[in-house]
Design a protein around this ligand. Structure first.
Ligand SMILES: *Cc1c(COP(=O)(O)O)cnc(C)c1O
Length: 446
């Protein structure tokens, strides 16, 4: 299958190129030329299938033209060695717990899938040269990418993070791994890390010296696999008749930042996944919310909030959503806006509202929300209509934001063993200035 750019000026790419390059030459985002509908027989069977098999069917529709079935099945099974259960929080509201992966983040799914897909292409080509992944992180992405790529042969990962600006738990998740993961501690802020990575991709001498690629969340191999757990959630609901009367389609609510996660759900919907409508829940970064209200997209500098993985002022996947509903530019801006608002509604909450929601939910139900999931839960509480059933994504384990959650709820959140294990490891990092010349000199020695 070929992938075209949302900016329409770059040549179409095959999957391998789209994955290795990430972004098209015209700075647009890659979109699959065709979105295959899944057959009715699959949807009928889904409630009786296990997660890995549901995911394999979805993956075949996306990647089946480019990856042979056995390898793809291997890849999907290797990625999904954990469950994403739905948990009933209260009447008609379910939490889709996306935090049972290696770093307790939903980004684990896309990161692992991308690592294995890249490895597949490297092997297929019989390449002997090492591929180097550069990733800048303010916390969550670095840990998911580092763990996803850990031990994958032929690939080395450099994680650049701002010194003293990520939480201790997050830092442990990518500095204690060793093997093919190198953590680079930059004396600067997140933007400095990102600038170093961008400069490296543009440096001709460096690109001649080593093969560089990014594991950015706009990569098709990172965002599309996120569709897997939505199909599985719908199947779980349907499998349990106490949850759903026949033919009721759930409302899905996604706490969103860069909009990769909800975008994957929307691709699923295009493939026929039975969902009634979607809600995109924002924190105080309300750019998408405002677009829904006005039809105007007005990016702004990001604001810092309690739900910091959603602090995005110019969501990169917005272009994909517009492209999807404008039928690749065939429809006018008004028609596109109308199609989008008939399927997706928005919500925006400030830090006070997030705290209030976490407290209220804990008191009423005993369920511990993290600040990101709280936005999703509240949007369902406010927007579900009588007779509707809603599923919100709980995007991170509350222990990942332990200091905040403990403080807001007055409790002592238990740290899961998997997270605690990272904290026992030995921290190893390479100190770096924010000067590109230093970073380049370092990479040239590798
Ligand atoms: C990345 C992340 C989000 C936002 O996901 P997008 O795909 O960027 O919209 C929400 N919550 C948590 C905990 C995250 O790590």
């Amino acid at each position: 299958m070929l992938y075209y750019s949302t900016n329409g000026k770059a040549e179409k790419a095959d999957l391998q190129k789209a994955v290795v390059k990430g972004l098209a030459e015209d700075r647009g985002l890659y979109m699959p030329e065709v979105i295959h509908q899944l057959p009715k027989a699959f949807f009928d069977e889904m409630p009786r299938m296990k997660f890995q098999d549901i995911a394999f069917n979805v993956a075949s529709a996306f990647f089946g033209d480019d990856v042979d079935q056995d390898s793809l099945q291997d890849l999907v099974y290797d990625t999904l060695q954990f469950e994403c259960p739905i948990v009933k929080v209260k009447e008609n509201i379910y939490s889709l717990e996306l935090f049972h992966g290696p770093t307790l983040a939903f980004k684990d799914v896309g990161a692992r899938f991308m690592a294995r897909l890249l490895q597949y292409f490297i092997k297929q080509q019989g390449r002997h040269e090492q591929v180097n992944v550069l990733v800048a992180t303010s916390g969550d992405t670095g840990s998911a990418v580092a763990n996803g790529f850990l031990g994958v042969e032929g690939i080395h990962v450099y994680v650049l993070y701002p010194k003293g600006k990520v939480s201790p738990i997050q830092e442990c998740q990518f500095t204690t791994l060793g093997k093919n993961i190198t953590a680079i501690e930059v004396d600067g802020v997140f933007d400095d890390c990102q600038a170093l990575v961008k400069s490296a991709f543009m440096d001709a001498e460096l690109n001649k010296h080593m093969m560089l690629t990014s594991a950015n969340s706009i990569n098709v191999a990172r965002f599309l696999p996120q569709a897997f757990y939505y199909f599985n959630a719908v199947a779980q609901l349907a499998a349990n008749p106490q949850h759903l009367t026949p033919n009721t389609q759930p409302v899905i609510c996604v706490p969103s930042g860069n909009f990769g996660n909800i975008c994957a759900a929307l691709f699923g919907h295009q493939m026929g996944m039975p969902v009634k409508r979607f809600i995109a829940a924002n924190n105080a970064n309300d750019i998408f919310y405002n677009y829904l209200q006005t039809g105007h997209y007005d990016p702004k500098p990001s604001k810092q909030t309690l739900a910091n993985a959603m602090d995005v002022g110019d969501p990169s996947n917005f272009a994909r959503i517009i492209n999807l509903y404008s039928k690749n530019g065939e429809l006018t801006a008004e028609e596109t806006h109308q199609r989008i608002t008939s399927l997706i509604s928005g919500a925006t909450y400030n830090d006070e509202q997030i705290k209030e929601t976490m407290r209220k939910c804990y008191q009423e139900t005993g369920y511990i929300l993290d600040p990101h999931g709280a936005c999703g839960y509240r949007a369902l509480e406010e927007q579900l209509k009588p007779g509707e059933v809603g599923i919100f994504c709980e995007t991170a384990h509350p222990a990942k934001f332990k200091e905040k959650v403990d403080d807001i709820l007055g409790i002592d959140v238990e740290i899961p063993a998997r997270l605690a294990a990272f904290m026992k490891g030995q921290k190893q990092s390479v100190p770096m200035t924010k000067d590109f010349a230093d970073f380049k000199a370092y990479l040239l020695k590798q």
